[in-house]
Design a protein around this ligand. Sequence first.
Ligand code: HEC
Ligand code: HEC
Ligand code: HEC
Ligand code: HEC
Length: 164
Amino acid sequence: MLLRSLLFACFLFFLGNMATMAQAHDYVGVKKCKMCHNKPATGAQFKQWSESKHATAMQSLKGDEAKDPKCLKCHATAGSVKAANMGTLTVEEGVSCETCHGPGADYNPTAIMKDKAKAMAAGMIVPDEKLCKTCHNAESPHFKGFNYAEYSKKIAHPNPAAAK
Ligand code: HEC
Ligand code: HEC
Ligand code: HEC
Ligand code: HEC
């Protein structure tokens, strides 16, 4: 019995470690991504994003709301990041690249970015509907419903040079 519970405790510890490992990458903030992702020939993702409501999400929070963790968790990437992993991310940038693509400190070097498998191993995420719905849900005081196909189109920033 004792052995079994010991083994079970080890197993839980192992699982816990896996979860922390998956979140251990630091954030770099949108300025870093902009350095390489603002060229018209590859889709100017920074410009596309800065014209979206995600970039201005902090402007919707007035006065003390801009410091309220209950609002920040959806209105800023930084709102759900542990202090230790903040890196150069700022609250002001709102809902930025790393909310949807994962914390970028380890995948942003060119040699890793060019290789999707390597980038994913270094923390890059391929966003899906489930990820959107962590914020686009009825917990939002201004929820307007969420249609993935329609909403994705509104924020699309494809790379016309990428082989698909
Ligand atoms: C040093 C340059 C550089 C930086 C900095 C950089 N990227 Fe990239 N990224 C690239 C290159 C090169 C590619 C390959 C495609 C291309 O040429 O645009 C790429 C591809 C991507 C892709 C597509 C991956 C795929 O294959 O589907 C995503 C998503 C991405 N970057 C997000 C980011 C985010 C978010 C940041 C900031 C955290 C960032 N990148 C920072 C150079 C960079
Ligand atoms: C971290 C939370 C978060 C995630 C994840 C997120 N969003 Fe958002 N989104 C917001 C917030 C907050 C706003 C509203 C910003 C504002 O107006 O202040 C918003 C607004 C939008 C809007 C504009 C809606 C309008 O009223 O015009 C679209 C479109 C959108 N999001 C699409 C998406 C899609 C597609 C995904 C997933 C790929 C996604 N969002 C993921 C927080 C998020
Ligand atoms: C669960 C995530 C979530 C939380 C928590 C949240 N918001 Fe939002 N908020 C959103 C999303 C997503 C939108 C975009 C509206 C939509 O398309 O559903 C939004 C839109 C808004 C808007 C714009 C309304 C409009 O009509 O366009 C304001 C203002 C706002 N939120 C304020 C707040 C305040 C203040 C708080 C904290 C009390 C808060 N939000 C908490 C996700 C959230
Ligand atoms: C609200 C979520 C969201 C935000 C914020 C966001 N993206 Fe994306 N991004 C997506 C989605 C969804 C895709 C399409 C993924 C797919 O299905 O291939 C995408 C695709 C990309 C691609 C690949 C384009 C291609 O066609 O190969 C690049 C590069 C990229 N994003 C960079 C960025 C950068 C840089 C930022 C910040 C300036 C950013 N994204 C912000 C959700 C987001």
